[in-house]
Design a protein around this ligand. Structure first.
Ligand SMILES: C[S@@+](CC[C@H](N)C(=O)[O-])C[C@H]1O[C@@H](n2cnc3c(N)ncnc32)[C@H](O)[C@@H]1O
Ligand code: SF4
Length: 280
C-alpha cells in the first residue's frame, strides 16, 4: 500500500468564525465544518506530514474536528513534525486548551495570533478585546512564547485583493490607519502570493513525496491557501476533490491527467525537472 510523505498540509477545518473582519480573504463566513469523511480521505494514506496547518475560518471554534484529527493521526500512525494554526484568539475554552495540550503531545505547536487593525477593530466592536488579551496570556503560558510575536500573513502590511478586501479602497485603509496605529497597509493587485501547487516525486516507491502545499478546503477540494470560498474549485488542480476518494487517489488522478495533457515526452522532461529540483 503506497503512502504519502507531505511537506505541508493545510486543512480548512471550518468556515465558521466569531468575527467578520472587513478585509477577510475568505469572504463571508459560512456554516460549514470539515466532515469526518473528508478528514479521513485526507489522512488515511499519509505516513508523514512535516507541517500540518489547521485553517479556517476560526479553527478553535471546532474542537470536535481537532479531536478527530488527533484520533486519526494516532490511528494511522502519522508522524507529524510541526502543527500550526492562526487564530483570532476569541475562543480559548477549557475544552480547546485540553485539545491543544493533546496536540502538543504529537508535535510542537506553532501558533500565530492575528492582531492587525482589522481584527482589533472587530474585537473592539464586538467587545471582545479583554477576552482576547486574557486568552493571549494563557496562550503565552502554554506555548512558552507570545503568539502575537509569530509571523503571520499581514506582517508585511499587504492586504490581498481577495474576498471581502475586493471592496476595500486605499481610502478605507488610510482611515483605519489613522484611527488605529501603527502599521501602514496597502492593497496588492493581481493574484496574491501563493505557495507552490503540489508537486510529487518517487512515484515508483512505497512512499510518494509531496512537495509544495496540499491545501484542502472544508468541502473537500484541493485548493490554494489564499483563496476565497467562492473560488475553491477554480484553477488547474483545484477542480480535484477528495469527497469520495483518498488524497493518494486524487493525486494519482491529477498526475495522470497532467501526464496525458503534456504528452509522454514533455511529461518525462517535467519529471526530470521536478526530481532534480526536489530529490535529495
Ligand atoms: C483567514 S484568517 C484565518 C485564521 C483566523 N480566523 C484569524 O483570523 O487569525 C488567517 C490570516 O489571514 C489574514 N487575512 C485575511 N484576509 C486577508 C487579506 N485580504 N489579505 C491579507 N491577509 C489576510 C488574517 O488577518 C489572518 O491573520
Ligand atoms: S480574518 Fe479570520 S477572524 Fe477575521 S473574519 Fe476572516 S477568518 Fe474570521
Amino acid at each position: 500500500m503506497k503512502k504519502l510523505n507531505v511537506n505541508y498540509m493545510y486543512l480548512e477545518i471550518t468556515r465558521r468564525c466569531t468575527l467578520e473582519c472587513a478585509h477577510c480573504m475568505r469572504g463571508n463566513r459560512q456554516n460549514i465544518d470539515m466532515s469526518e469523511e473528508i478528514l479521513d480521505n485526507a489522512l488515511k494514506d499519509v505516513s508523514h506530514i512535516h507541517e500540518l496547518d489547521l485553517g479556517g475560518g476560526e479553527p478553535l471554534l471546532v474542537p470536535q474536528v481537532i479531536e478527530s484529527i488527533i484520533n486519526k493521526i494516532r490511528t494511522y500512525g502519522i508522524k507529524v513534525d510541526k502543527i500550526s494554526f492562526t487564530t483570532n484568539g476569541t475562543v480559548l475554552t477549557p475544552r480547546v486548551v485540553e485539545l491543544l495540550r493533546k496536540l502538543q503531545e504529537i508535535a510542537p505547536l506553532n501558533v500565530r495570533l492575528s492582531h492587525d487593525k482589522f481584527h482589533l477593530l472587530e474585537l473592539y466592536i464586538k467587545k471582545l478585546t479583554e477576552r482576547v488579551d486574557k486568552n493571549n496570556e494563557l496562550f503565552t503560558e502554554m506555548l512558552g512564547y507570545n503568539p502575537k510575536d509569530k509571523d503571520f500573513v499581514m506582517d508585511d502590511g499587504i492586504i490581498s485583493r481577495i474576498g471581502k478586501a475586493k471592496s476595500l479602497t486605499q481610502e478605507d485603509l488610510d482611515a483605519i490607519n489613522k484611527w488605529i496605529k501603527p502599521t501602514y497597509y496597502h492593497l496588492s493587485y493581481g493574484s496574491p502570493n501563493t505557495l507552490d501547487v503540489v508537486k510529487m516525486y518517487d512515484w515508483d516507491k512505497d512512499v510518494v513525496q509531496v512537495c509544495g502545499s496540499v491545501v484542502i478546503s472544508a468541502t473537500g477540494y484541493l485548493t490554494q491557501m489564499d483563496r476565497e470560498y467562492e473560488l475553491e474549485d477554480k484553477g488547474p488542480i483545484f477542480g480535484l476533490h477528495i469527497k469520495d476518494k483518498s488524497l493518494l487517489d486524487a493525486l494519482i488522478q491529477y498526475e495522470n491527467e497532467y501526464r496525458s495533457s503534456l504528452g509522454e515526452e514533455k511529461y518525462q522532461d517535467y519529471r526530470e525537472e521536478i526530481d532534480s529540483k526536489f530529490k535529495k
